[in-house]
Design a protein around this ligand. Structure first.
Ligand SMILES: Cc1cc2nc3c(=O)[nH]c(=O)nc-3n(C[C@H](O)[C@H](O)[C@H](O)COP(=O)(O)O)c2cc1C
Length: 383
C-alpha cells in the first residue's frame, strides 16, 4: 500500500488529514470552502481580511460588517463540517482591527488562528488565558521563528500551539525580499525548513510539548506532501489548489482566471501592505506597472496605509477580483498556478492529495482494490 498520511494532532485537537487549506482574502476562503475542507477531515481556514465585503452596510461600516461576518462564517463552516476536521481563521497582523478580529474569532469558536503579514506579538494576550483556540504564527525564516517564539516565552510564558512556515512559492503576501524572490530556484528552502523545525523543537522541549510544524508554498500533489513530511514537518498548508474547486467562495470568473493562467502570467507585485506579493499579471497589474491608481475612498483595512501614496487600494482591487471583475481586480496566486488546469471538488482534491497516484488509478478499476495484490500477482507471474 502507498504511504498514508498521519493525522495532525495540535494539543487536544486532531485533524484526521494533515492538510490545512490556507486562508485566502478577500473572500476567497470563507465558510463554503473552509467548511468543505473540514468536512473531509482537514483544517479549513477562513480569511478575515474584509470578510464582510458583501454584508449590507459595508460601504459605511467596514469594521462592524467584518466582525459580523467573522461570526457568521465560522458558525456556518462548522455546520458544513458536521463535527469533522477543524475550522480556523487566518488573521493578518497588518489589519487595522487585528485585535477585534482575534477576539471575535475566539468568541465564534474558531479551533485555530493562524497569523502572518507581520509577527503576531500580542496574539496570546488577545486570545486570553484559558482559551481553547490554538494559535500559530506564520514565519518564513528561522530568524523570524526564533524571534516570535522567544517573545511569546518571555512575555507570556507560553509557546505556539503550532507553527506555519510559508516558503517563497506561496501566494498572496510573501515574507521575502524582491531580490530573494527573483532567484527562488536557487534558494535552498528545504534547508531553511529543517532549521525552522530544529528551532521549534527547542522551544517545544522547553515547554515539554511537541509543537507541530506545517509548511506552505507551492505544494501541488501527494508527492510534494510526502517530500515535506520527509523533511520533518507534521502537515502542509495548501491554498492555490483550492481555488479551482466548486466550493471555493470566489466567483466563477476568478476560478477561470486560475485555469487560464500560465507560468509566464505569474508576477511578483508591489502591494500597499508593504510586502511583495504574487499575483496573476492581468490588465489591472499592467496598469499599476505604468502608474498609480488613484484611491478615492478608504476602506480602513490596514494599520499602516496612506491612501495618497499607495499604488492602488488593495481592498477595492481584491473585492473587484472576488466579485469577478477580472480585468480590474487583483488576483493573488501561488507560483504553481500555471499547473492548475481543471475544476474539481474539495472531496476529489483532498482524495488526490491524500492518495498516491498509482492507488487512485487502480481504485478506478472495481476489480482491483489493493495495489499490493497486483504487485504480488505480478511477482508470481514473473517467477
Ligand atoms: C488568493 C490568495 C489569497 C491569500 N490570502 C492570504 C491572506 O489573506 N492571509 C494570509 O496569511 N495568507 C494568504 N494567502 C497565502 C495562503 O494562505 C498560503 O499560505 C499560500 O498561498 C500557500 O501556497 P500555495 O498557494 O502555493 O499552496 C493567500 C494566497 C492566495 C493564493
Amino acid at each position: 500500500m502507498g504511504e498514508k498520511l498521519k493525522a495532525l494532532r495540535i494539543g487536544d485537537m486532531i485533524a484526521k488529514i494533515p492538510i490545512i487549506q490556507g486562508g485566502m482574502g478577500v473572500g476567497i476562503s470563507r465558510s463554503r470552502l473552509a467548511g468543505a475542507v473540514a468536512a473531509e477531515g482537514g483544517i479549513g481556514v477562513i480569511s478575515t481580511a474584509q470578510i464582510g465585503y458583501d454584508e449590507e452596510g459595508f460601504e459605511k461600516d467596514q469594521a462592524g460588517c467584518n466582525l459580523r461576518a467573522i461570526r457568521k462564517h465560522i458558525k456556518k463552516a462548522k455546520e458544513i463540517a458536521g463535527g469533522n476536521g477543524l475550522v480556523g481563521a487566518n488573521i493578518m497582523v497588518a489589519l487595522k482591527h487585528y485585535k477585534e478580529h482575534v477576539m471575535e474569532a475566539v468568541a465564534a469558536g474558531a479551533d485555530v488562528i493562524i497569523s502572518g503579514a507581520g509577527l503576531p506579538v500580542k496574539l496570546p494576550e488577545y486570545i486570553g488565558k484559558a482559551c481553547r483556540t490554538k494559535i500559530a504564527p506564520i514565519v518564513s525564516s528561522r530568524r523570524a521563528a526564533d524571534i516570535i517564539l522567544k517573545m511569546w516565552a518571555r512575555r507570556y510564558d507560553r509557546t505556539a500551539d503550532f507553527v506555519v512556515i510559508e516558503g517563497p512559492k506561496a501566494g498572496g503576501h510573501l515574507g521575502f525580499s524582491n531580490e530573494e524572490l527573483a532567484d527562488i530556484e536557487n534558494i535552498d528552502y528545504d534547508r531553511e525548513i529543517k532549521d525552522i523545525i530544529e528551532c521549534t523543537r527547542e522551544y517545544g522541549k522547553r515547554y515539554n510539548t511537541h509543537i507541530p510544524v506545517i509548511v506552505a508554498g507551492g505544494i501541488f500533489d501527494h508527492d510534494d506532501i510526502i517530500h515535506a513530511l520527509e523533511l520533518g514537518v507534521d502537515g502542509v498548508q495548501i491554498a492555490s489548489r483550492f481555488v479551482a474547486t466548486k466550493e471555493c467562495d470566489a466567483s466563477d470568473e476568478y476560478k477561470q482566471a486560475y485555469l487560464d493562467a500560465k507560468d509566464e502570467d505569474v508576477k511578483i507585485i508591489k502591494s500597499p501592505v508593504g510586502m511583495p506579493g504574487r499575483a496573476i499579471r492581468n490588465e489591472f497589474i499592467k496598469r499599476v506597472e505604468k502608474e498609480n491608481q488613484p484611491v478615492d475612498k478608504c476602506y480602513n483595512c490596514m494599520k499602516k496605509c496612506n491612501p495618497k501614496e499607495v499604488p492602488y487600494c488593495i481592498t477595492k482591487a481584491l473585492v473587484d477580483a472576488v466579485n469577478g471583475d477580472i480585468n480590474n481586480g487583483l488576483i493573488f496566486c501561488g507560483a504553481n498556478v500555471g499547473r492548475i488546469n481543471k475544476m474539481t471538488t474539495v472531496h476529489e482534491l483532498m482524495r488526490e492529495l491524500v492518495e498516491p497516484s498509482e492507488e487512485r488509478v487502480y481504485s478506478q478499476d472495481s476489480k482491483i482494490h489493493d495495489i499490493q495484490n497486483v504487485y504480488e500477482s505480478m511477482d508470481k507471474m514473473i517467477s
